[in-house]
Design a protein around this ligand. Structure first.
Ligand code: UD1
Length: 361
């Protein structure tokens, strides 16, 4: 098959790294980057370190309101589809790039393959939830990461061509862990020392990322969260997403935060290493809290709900409001039952191979 794959935001590059490797063994793939994420450390670094094929097209859409960003993507994607005439369009996850691809291919009657289908937070005002619902309902093939997600689709009447193949992010993570483990530990120790001078042992820190509009667009919430980080009993390595930077700049002008080490977004391999060694992760990233779970690192997830419900089993991950005191309480007082959860919900690292084979049939 000739497949046009849409990517645009950071988590999609990570998923594409895993799937493109398999897809290209059987199919002819053309990658289209919408340009939703464009900074070097939000985009280029992933293509380089994960050896993702360079996109044939980059729409350079950048930031904007949801409508403008999505509309601009749609115009560009339509031009590419009309030119390339693919047999299928492949989309990942739940971003505005996913939504734009789904609507354009749906209207042009190009079969859609949706990867990571069926995830639901049941919070309809989250943009990602809206994007997921549209993508799932327009897709010809829905590939779910867990059995539960398949059941959610069935409850919405989506039952044809739904395949629970496991999680492509799990495939990517296993690949990355091999690379990280074969890297000299001193390299990471030096990086940690650079980010958190005098950190002590290599695993004595918390790791945080925050970027959801509902958490970071209101400076009071950001202040409450980082004031909470100041009360933690180990330093916090905080990789700051571009959306969050202006608020952090303003707050650090008003007060010195001694326990927090603010750094730019990390590359994927560094992120995998620093997650695997963290005491706990505090994040609102869907991908990161699932990766932490797969590495058996507990998280406090600053979200109202998660599309990865299995990660809450045994309290491996717990949800918290964007409130510093609540986050600190959950970091200190959550009892984890390691016997009560299984990382096998998300497959065995062969999701990409299965997807490629199913599309071949
Ligand atoms: C998007 C996805 C979210 C995903 C996240 C991963 C949607 C609706 N949201 O959220 O599901 O978890 O990506 O990061 O698609 N910016 C830059 N440089 C960049 C990228 C973004 O400066 O390279 C800034 C811009 O100011 C922009 C803001 O970050 O306005 C938000 O970017 P956007 O892509 O709209 O949403 P994310 O919050 O990244």
């Amino acid at each position: 098959m000739k497949i046009v794959t849409i990517v645009g935001a950071r988590p999609q590059f990570i998923k594409a790294a895993a799937l493109s490797r398999e897809l290209r063994k059987l199919h002819d793939e053309v990658i289209l980057h919408t340009g939703q994420h464009y900074d070097n450390n939000m985009s280029d670094v992933f293509f380089l370190e994960l050896e993702i094929p360079i996109p044939k097209y980059n729409l350079g859409v950048g930031s904007g309101t949801h409508a403008r960003q999505t509309a601009e993507m749609m115009i560009g994607i339509e031009d590419v589809i009309l030119k390339e005439k693919p047999d299928a369009l492949l989309i990942y996850g739940d971003t505005n790039s996913t939504l734009a691809g789904a609507i354009v291919a749906g209207k042009l009657d190009i079969p859609i393959a949706h990867i990571e289908a069926g995830a639901r937070t049941f919070v309809k005002d989250m943009p990602e939830e809206q994007n997921r619902i549209v993508a799932d309902h327009l897709a010809k093939w829905n590939f779910t990461a867990s059995e539960e997600h398949k059941e959610y689709l069935a409850a919405e009447g989506v039952t044809e061509n739904v395949y629970n193949v496991g999680d492509v992010m799990c495939d990517g993570l296993l690949h990355a862990l091999k690379k990280v483990k074969s890297t000299d530990k001193n390299i990471y120790a030096k990086k940690l020392d650079y980010y958190i001078p005098n950190c002590g042992t290599i695993d004595d820190y918390y790791l945080s990322t925050l970027h959801r509009p509902e958490n970071v667009d209101d400076i009071k919430k950001v202040k409450s969260i980082i004031d909470g980080f100041e009360k933690l009993d180990a330093p916090v390595l905080f990789a700051v997403h571009p959306r969050t930077i202006p608020k952090i700049r303003e707050l650090t002008k008003q007060k010195e935060y001694c326990n927090i080490h603010f750094v730019k977004p990390l590359g994927y391999l560094d992120m995998v290493f620093f997650t695997s060694n963290a005491r706990k992760v505090i994040t609102d990233s869907g991908g990161l809290h699932k990766e932490a779970f797969l590495m058996r690192v507990p998280s406090v997830v600053v979200l109202r709900s998660t599309g990865w419900r299995e990660t809450l089993d045994g309290n491996c991950n717990v949800l918290a409001r964007p409130d510093g005191d609540e986050i600190v309480d959950k970091v200190f007082n959550t009892k984890i039952n390691y016997l009560k959860y299984s990382i096998m919900h998300y497959g065995d690292g062969t999701a990409s191979k299965k997807i490629s084979n199913i599309l071949w049939q």
